[in-house]
Design a protein around this ligand. Structure first.
Ligand code: ATP
Ligand code: MG
Length: 391
């Protein structure tokens, strides 16, 4: 008996003429993720991707874990594969399926014949295999209407596959199918979640982090690098750019009114982000902002910030409350790192009463009080580059 992994496509099935493009991206992602785990065959047929181990040392459990982080898959199923012969199928069913029966009293088998040359109909397959399981596990009962367990037998092109219910996959569409975006990655809870959500929609992610050394520490930056490593589990290797805002912030403290501090800083961050995005061929900026969360995230403040950029700014967390964002952060494993208590450049020199309903005129007037342009040139020229791989 051979054990294999079946990955059912998610949204890819809805793609018309483009389907094979998405399929090839998905296959490439899976190949990349499984590369060091031993030899396996990867093939696709009828909206299912098959992973069949070819070497004894193939790390099956790790492969299962990894495919669960690949976008484009709606369900991951561990199955037994055997020859398309009814006796073989029944033998495999008796050997393989009982392991899923613990604590179960009722079951049913759903047979499916995709290969119409197979000489048994779908209901016949169900009945034969159900009988084989019953024979092996006395006391078990068939319940066609509300069984505790459903087993599936699929007779497909190359083989027959037997399995219990699968688990939910990562969903989304394959990374690389939706362009490249620059994520503004802070050490907080929201921005890693925003990056994950864009990657789930197919975007390749670059990360940009702003530091303000020595007001922010080396440890704070290391924490952000750790977050990027965790994100890379989903996004694949990512390029991280680090820009220092120290000189800009110091100059701001001397030149502009305190209540405009955050807004001006965010506009400066956005201008730098756009430069960075263009340099690295990113077509959009992504932030972890959520409407009304803090003063700089009111509709008016976001409007004033967006005025300085000429590319789409995506904010996938905009309509979520903190609890919803935290639930995702926990799921993707960034939460525990995000809550480590380090400072962020946005929290140094924060005003006591930031403007929540800024007027663009007043903001622009304040902005003219110092030479942002040359300070930004200098900050941009000193961008630090870090390549972040999966752990
Ligand atoms: P997060 O939890 O992601 O830090 P937040 O609730 O702390 O978000 P802010 O600090 O106001 O919110 O930041 C809003 C967004 O601006 C962040 O989600 C992130 O995209 C971006 N941002 C904030 N600080 C930085 C930084 N130091 N470097 C890069 N981007 C940042
Ligand atoms: Mg933050």
């Amino acid at each position: 008996m051979r054990e294999v992994i079946l990955c059912k496509y998610g949204e890819i099935v809805l793609k018309g003429l483009n389907k094979s493009y998405f399929e090839s991206l998905l296959t490439a992602q899976i190949k990349r993720r499984l590369k060091e785990l031993g030899t396996c065959d990867i093939s696709t047929c009828q909206s299912v991707l098959y992973i069949e181990p070819r070497s004894d040392d193939f790390d099956f459990e790790e492969a299962l874990r990894r495919v669960n982080t690949v976008f484009g898959i709606s369900a991951v199923i561990r199955a037994a594969a055997c020859e398309k012969d009814m006796e073989e199928i029944k033998k495999t069913a008796a050997e393989y399926l009982p392991r899923y029966i613990k604590g179960t009293e009722t079951f049913k088998v759903t047979g499916k014949r995709s290969d119409k040359r197979f000489p048994f109909t779908s209901p016949e397959i169900s009945a034969e295999v159900g009988g084989a399981v019953l024979e092996k596990v006395p006391g078990l009962k068939v319940d066609l209407y509300s069984p505790q367990r459903i087993f599936h037998v699929e007779v497909r092109e190359n083989a027959a596959y037997l399995h219990a219910e699968g688990t939910r996959g990562a969903g989304g569409i394959p990374c690389g199918s939706a362009g490249r975006a620059l994520l503004l990655l802070s050490g907080g809870i929201d921005s890693p979640v925003a990056g994950y959500m864009m990657a789930k929609r197919g975007a390749v992610i670059d990360a940009l982090h702003f530091e303000s050394f020595p007001y922010t520490s080396e440890r704070a930056k290391e924490k952000v690098v750790s977050l990027a490593h965790i994100l890379a589990e989903y996004t694949g290797k990512l390029n991280m750019h680090v820009i220092s805002l120290t000189r800009i912030q110091e100059q701001m403290r001397r030149s502009v009114e305190e209540e405009y501090f955050t807004l001006l800083l965010r506009r400066s961050m956005m201008r730098l982000a756009e430069r960075c995005a263009r340099k690295y061929y990113c077509e959009a900026i992504v932030t972890g902002e959520s409407l009304g969360q803090v003063a700089s995230q009111t509709m008016q403040a976001l409007g004033v910030t967006d005025r300085v950029v000429d590319m789409p700014v995506f904010r996938p967390c905009i309509g979520m409350d903190k609890e919803e964002i935290i639930a995702i952060a926990r799921k993707i494993n960034t939460f525990e790192t995000s809550i480590l208590p380090y400072e962020d450049c946005c929290t140094v020199f924060t005003p006591k009463h930031p403007k929540t309903r800024p007027s663009l005129d007043r903001v622009e007037e304040q902005e003219k009080r110092m030479d942002f342009s040359s300070l930004e040139d200098e900050a941009f020229a000193n961008t630090e580059e870090i390549t972040v791989k999966r752990y």
